[in-house]
Design a protein around this ligand. Structure first.
Ligand SMILES: Cc1cc2nc3c(=O)[nH]c(=O)nc-3n(C[C@H](O)[C@H](O)[C@H](O)COP(=O)(O)OP(=O)(O)OC[C@H]3O[C@@H](n4cnc5c(N)ncnc54)[C@H](O)[C@@H]3O)c2cc1C
Length: 223
């Protein structure tokens, strides 16, 4: 399988535990918004520790961008990413991914599960094709919301932020449960796009089926 070594051009925090990493883009490397690759850090002992991450940059951009939530408690690759610096190298793999944009619908993301949708919304904005797409974005607290300003700017009043562990103005409170979904499904959605932690995905998917949504209208990627 082909591997590509790319240098990190910039690295910064977008939330207290989430990084934005911009890297060089290998010549001829192409992907669709929503797709991902496996990444390892090119440092001794880490070259074989591949983890999947989604491109948040657009296919036509000169660089690649990744938005990566870090888990120091795993002592794994995302913890190690907290030590990398500009000029260090990442090893990228081939492109893969099951989430692609098929048409207007309701996007439901949990935490870092927003990344494929960031790429899709940026792409739709660029093409002036955002249409009636809507986003439900679930997080624990307001400080966990990744790229809130940008998402609010792109989607305006078609984004609902849901917080499970904080009550805040202009944010819904609680879980994305059946009652919540009933309130936020218009009935006209052709597609439901889901991405987030497996327990949330499983629960949301079950609620959608209970509400009469068909399997073929659900497009999902479980983490
Ligand atoms: C297709 C796809 C795309 C993805 N895109 C993104 C993205 O764009 N951005 C993003 O942030 N995430 C993304 N993810 C999720 C991301 O891949 C994981 O968060 C990441 O692999 C975690 O890596 P890690 O090295 O920190 O931990 P892990 O690989 O989960 O774990 C490393 C070690 O820690 C142990 N461990 C696991 N959990 C715990 C725990 N709670 N306490 C102690 N030890 C533990 C494990 O057993 C393992 O030995 C994506 C996932 C998929 C499948």
């Amino acid at each position: 399988m082909a591997e590509y070594k790319v240098k990190i051009k910039s690295i910064e925090n977008v939330t207290h535990d989430t990084l934005r990493i911009v890297t060089e883009k290998p010549g001829g490397y192409s992907f669709k918004p929503g797709q991902a690759t496996e990444i390892a850090i090119n440092k001794n002992g880490w070259q074989n520790e591949k983890r999947p991450f989604t491109f948040t940059s657009l296919p036509g951009d000169a660089d690649l961008e990744f938005i990566i939530k870090t888990y120091p408690e795993h002592n794994g690759a995302t913890d190690k990413l907290l030590d990398v610096e500009v000029g260090d190298e990442l090893i990228l793999d081939e492109v893969f991914g099951t989430i692609d944009y098929r048409g207007e619908g309701l996007f439901i993301a949990g935490g870092a599960g927003i990344t494929p949708f960031v790429a899709i919304f940026r792409d739709l904005q660029k093409k002036e094709a955002l249409g009636m797409n809507r986003l439900v974005f679930a997080n624990k607290t307001s400080r966990d919301i990744i790229l809130k300003e940008e998402l609010d700017e792109i989607l305006g009043n078609r984004v609902v932020h849901v917080l499970s562990e904080e009550k805040a103005q202009d944010h819904a409170h609680g879980l994305v449960d059946k009652e919540f979904l009933k309130e936020h499904i218009s009935g006209g959605e052709n597609f439901f796009y889901l991405c987030g932690p497996p327990p949330m995905m499983d629960a949301v998917e079950k609620h959608l089926y209970d509400l009469g949504v068909s399997k073929k209208s659900i497009i999902k990627e479980g983490w």
